[in-house]
Write a protein that binds this ligand. Structure first.
Ligand code: SR1
Length: 326
């Protein structure tokens, strides 16, 4: 008989039940983020249950309560507002259930909040837009209020517009629904009809990949290939669009969404282990434009071969976490 000695960490952290409470789980960014969460938890020997809230903050709040009442070992939050989550998060903390949040505006002691470098992503995409249109022309802004990452991106947009007086915003819209890309496509189509001539619109700034997808479909359908899109986020589907020379979406600033999920889990496990983690973790974005990409298909798994700094982040790892994975 071979007896395998388990380390203290293995005994303590094996078989954890992790709840992932999401404000919305539609779109390819969310799908790859969930994939990252699940793969990291499974590597550490645990299991994940996703609580989807269909972009309904009241439902998210009751999902969080359910996760606490069902005594999950750890809770991951994705989006949501402090107003909707604060009370439930406090219940979790009081019940000694650690919480790590991504993209919420929560400020609760003991809760670590992850965010992407949102202002930096907005600056990266807007600077490329300005460069490509020669710092002048009419632009369309696709953005929505009420989400923590959007509010941060807006700060950079405001500063950018102030610094570029010859760039004019002629239309601004945005909505998050259960079919965001389709809704945005309809809205972009209406804007194209309002500005029907070549030169009326120089470029589109899309602050979320589902926005870029909808805008791209409308621009292609209208045959307005003079209008280019500068976006935020990068999933496998987004990369296919960026690589297609006929697609108007030419550049995007992003953090690998799978990495975000993995990193969030690592911080949760640090908390489960009793480690002290920072209140706020900011993930470094990367800028990707079509001219950096090869002609053969790339995925978010292989993109690092062409774009330095993409993916494969070691953030949140500790030596004992790596050992536990083995
Ligand atoms: C409506 S908020 C959408 C954003 O959440 C994540 O931060 C992604 O980057 C996406 O753009």
């Amino acid at each position: 008989t071979i007896t395998v000695e388990k380390t203290a960490e293995e005994n303590e952290l094996a078989g954890k039940r992790i709840a992932l409470v999401m404000q919305f789980n539609t779109g390819t960014f969310s799908a790859q983020y969930v994939q990252g969460v699940k793969s990291q938890v499974e590597k550490l020997g645990g299991e994940v249950q996703v609580f989807a809230s269909d972009n309904d903050l009241a439902k998210m709040s009751s999902n969080l309560d359910a996760a606490v009442n069902q005594h999950f070992d750890g809770i991951l939050l994705d989006h949501g507002t402090a107003q909707a989550l604060q009370a439930g998060v406090q219940k979790a903390i009081d019940a000694k259930i650690p919480v790590v949040s991504f993209d919420s505006d929560l400020k609760v002691p003991d809760v670590t909040v992850l965010e992407q470098g949102d202002q930096q992503m907005a600056e990266m995409s807007l600077n490329k837009l300005a460069e490509d249109i020669g710092n002048k022309g009419n632009i369309v802004k696709i953005w929505v209020a009420g989400f923590a990452p959007m509010e941060r991106r807006q700060l950079a947009y405001k500063a950018f517009m102030e610094a570029h007086p010859d760039i004019k915003e002629v239309a601004a819209f945005g909505t998050v629904s259960n079919n965001t890309a389709l809704d945005i496509q309809a809205q972009m189509d209406a804007v194209l009809k309002q500005y029907p001539n070549k030169g009326d619109i120089a470029a589109v700034w899309a602050s979320y990949d589902e926005f870029a997808k909808g805008a791209a479909r409308a621009i292609q359908a209208a045959g307005r290939d003079e209008i280019k899109i500068y976006g935020i986020d990068l999933s496998d589907e987004d990369l296919t669009m960026l690589q297609d020379p006929k697609n108007p979406w030419v550049a995007s600033a992003a953090v690998d969404p799978t990495d975000i999920g993995r990193i969030q889990v690592r911080y949760l496990y640090q908390k489960l282990h009793g480690d002290t983690t920072e209140d706020k973790i900011v993930l470094e974005p990367v800028f990707v434009s079509r001219d950096q990409l090869p002609s053969e298909p790339v995925t978010t798994e292989t993109l690092s071969e062409h774009v330095p700094g993409w993916g494969g982040s070691e953030q949140g790892y500790t030596d004992w976490l790596k050992e536990l994975e083995q």
